[in-house]
Ligand binder design. Structure first.
Ligand code: BDR
Ligand code: CA
Length: 307
């Protein structure tokens, strides 16, 4: 299942996860992050409506971090959380269940182990693990877009998803579930360059036109806020790492979350050299096969109908 806070790059993660023949997208759950949970849930419904994704439940989750005051990334994703597209009325409804219940129910009800891809703050995942610790054995892996080995993007020390709810991140990393962490060092290689945008536009479908508009808005943001020539499409990298782990080479290291300090709150402290003696708890992405990542993304986008 995909836990997200759409979000421009979350939208691309939804499109990749729903269209990939290699995985079965069982649910989309939403969490307060880029915008309020109401807005990001509406955005998930909007994306699924345009794409014709009707058989995947969309369940709204936690509306605030475990302990901290909520933050939003309006500067990055706009007032709606998904600015840049003229949205019509969504034709896909939300599931009435809470995201945390959906996660626990699915983990417990089915013998098949569950993989969770989490591309927003980790509040839903942490809440599920705290409420039902027994599901630890039912989770095959959690693939997380978040954190950085080095520089953050929300503060010099911290990446947005982890900074937004560091206590949740700390709980998830301590839970004992296999984790793939896809940090900024990986996702900053997934740039929607002009060449990528041309490939998307050439598909000339409703999903391609939506993606193109989203990426163009995101490009303006990344130019204005970070000075990037092209936007970093973070979240589908965490989906890609599950579809084809060879796309994201990793190193097994200890990751500890800084929840205590002011300057570095939300930092993913990655013990790359093994100097702390702490037990490795995450496969941390260190690179991205950029060409094959975009081939995967384009193949997914091409699977949506021309309508
Ligand atoms: C992460 O923060 C959000 O704004 C994006 O959707 C992504 O999940 C990148 O730091
Ligand atoms: Ca996100």
């Amino acid at each position: 299942m995909l836990d997200c806070d759409p979000g421009h790059d979350d939208a691309m993660a939804i499109l990749l996860a729903a269209a990939s023949p290699a995985i079965e997208l069982e649910a989309i759950t939403t969490v307060a992050g880029n915008q309020t949970v109401e807005k990001v849930t509406l955005n998930a419904r909007r994306v699924c409506s345009v794409a014709g994704i009707r058989d995947v439940p969309i369940a709204a989750g936690c509306d605030r971090p475990l302990r901290r005051e909520p933050i939003i990334a309006g500067e990055i994703h706009g007032a709606s959380g998904l600015d840049g597209v003229e949205w019509g009325e969504p034709t896909v409804d939300a599931d009435p269940r809470h995201a945390v219940d959906v996660l626990i129910e699915r983990a417990e009800a089915d013998e098949r182990p569950l993989t969770v891809v989490a591309v927003g703050p980790l509040t839903n995942v942490a809440t599920a693990l705290q409420r039902a610790p027994r599901i630890v054995d039912r989770l095959e892996r959690i693939s997380i877009m978040g954190g950085a080995i080095g520089l953050g993007n929300w503060t010099p020390s911290a990446e947005f998803n982890i900074y937004a709810d560091p206590e949740a991140a700390a709980a998830v990393f301590a839970a004992g579930v296999p984790i793939t962490l896809v940090p900024l060092e990986v996702t900053h290689r997934a740039l929607a360059t002009d060449e990528v945008l041309a490939r998307i536009a050439a598909l000339d479908t409703p999903v391609a036109r939506m993606s193109d508009a989203l990426m163009r808005f995101f490009a303006d943001t990344y130019q204005r806020v970070f000075g990037f020539d092209a936007p970093a499409v973070h979240d589908p990298c965490a989906v890609a790492a599950i579809i084809d782990p060879t796309l994201v080479p990793t190193r097994l290291v200890n990751v500890a979350i800084d929840t205590g300090s002011e300057l570095s709150a939300g930092r993913t402290v990655c013990d790359v050299y093994g100097t702390t003696g702490r037990t490795p708890n995450a496969d941390v992405g260190v690179d991205l096969d950029v060409d094959r990542f975009w081939d995967l993304m384009l193949a997914a986008l091409a699977a949506y109908p021309r309508l």
